[in-house]
Design a protein around this ligand. Structure first.
Ligand SMILES: [Mn+2]
Length: 331
């Protein structure tokens, strides 16, 4: 496994957490992995620059500390968080790239840590969730998937590998059960009826934005969580930043208007990681060349922090009340 040095920029880590080597993992709760791959992209490229942008998009010191106002934890200190750098993923070699990433993720899971993968296009969800399933067992990990797109295509451009197909590969291989696959935020004009029929036959549960608006996001999440935690040993959380409206996440390859707000996504990620036994996370489809004022990179950075904060708060064990005033119990 090669760790990129200066190829994609300075040798920095996520907000200054300690670096680690995938070949000699330390005792860790969370290991961050960069997956700079955009060879599966069908339209606008650029997500190979996502990991670097997500690591750096923050106005505070990169000092390995982030006390959460809302959750009253410091995820980068309460958890042992390391950054393993970027896996070598040449976008011209999709098969080699996803094999390398799957090995990296499986190694982190086998070491007892939660892999948090920074994409990259959504192709990487296939090796990400498979890498975790290699450790926990095929069919034992549910998948909660935020996205504008179902990503259940069969082949595109004659290839099984691509950012529109990872979810089908995960179900076909048995890594994830179709009936433990929860999708939230779908909208727009893809996929077509044949693919939707295939999804229904797999007994996937896919929440299109119209249903989310009609019922409310929280109601849909509560229902999805009950399915995700039924007869499973962990949950993989896959967040495509294009689930958020392009007005709040413009830097992405396949923007689809009418999505969640940034606030809704952060709250939903918090709920997932606080209420569910999350065993892996990926945050994908941040394309810095199409971003404006780093809006999307800043959001993705906070998605990662929100996930880590909620994991830290869940591990602390005491109940969390979202209505508690900020300064209550202080001073
Ligand atoms: Mn998408």
């Amino acid at each position: 496994m090669t760790r990129y040095g200066p190829m994609y920029g300075p040798d920095i880590t996520f907000l200054g957490v300690p670096a680690c080597d995938l070949a000699a993992l330390p005792e860790a709760d969370v290991v961050i992995i960069g997956a700079p791959f955009d060879g599966g992209t069908s339209h606008r490229p650029g997500t190979r620059f996502g990991p670097g942008a997500i690591r750096q998009a923050c106005y505070l010191a990169h000092d390995g500390s982030r006390p959460s106002l809302a959750l009253r934890v410091d995820p980068l200190r309460d958890l042992r968080v390391y950054d393993a750098g970027d896996v070598e993923m040449f976008s011209g070699d999709a098969a080699g790239s996803i094999a390398a990433l799957q090995d990296a993720v499986a190694g982190v899971a086998a070491a007892g840590a939660i892999p948090v993968i920074l994409g990259g296009d959504h192709t990487i969800a296939w090796p990400d969730a498979t890498g975790v399933a290699r450790h926990l067992g095929y069919g034992r990990v549910s998948l909660v998937h935020f996205d504008a797109h179902a990503d259940t295509g069969d082949t595109e451009f004659g290839s099984l590998v691509g950012h529109g197909q990872p979810m089908r590969r995960l179900i076909e291989s048995g890594a994830v059960r179709g009936d433990r696959f929860l999708q939230l935020g779908l909208r727009g004009y893809w996929p077509g009826p044949e693919t939707l029929d295939w999804m229904a036959r797999q007994r996937m549960r896919s929440y299109e934005m119209t249903e989310i608006v009609a019922r409310g996001l929280d109601d849909c999440l509560t229902e999805a969580f009950a399915i995700a935690t039924d007869d499973c040993d962990g949950v993989f959380l896959s967040v495509d930043v294009d689930v958020v409206d392009p007005g709040m996440a413009p830097g992405t390859g396949t923007p689809e208007p009418g999505g969640l707000t940034a606030r809704q996504l952060l709250d939903a990620v918090r709920r997932c990681c606080y209420e569910l036994p999350v065993v892996g996370v990926d945050v994908v489809e941040v394309s810095p060349p199409y971003d404006h004022a780093e809006i999307t990179a800043y959001l993705a950075n906070r998605v990662v922090l929100e996930a880590l904060s909620a994991i830290a708060r869940r591990r602390r064990g005491d109940p969390w009340d979202p209505r508690r005033p900020l300064l209550d119990g202080r001073g």
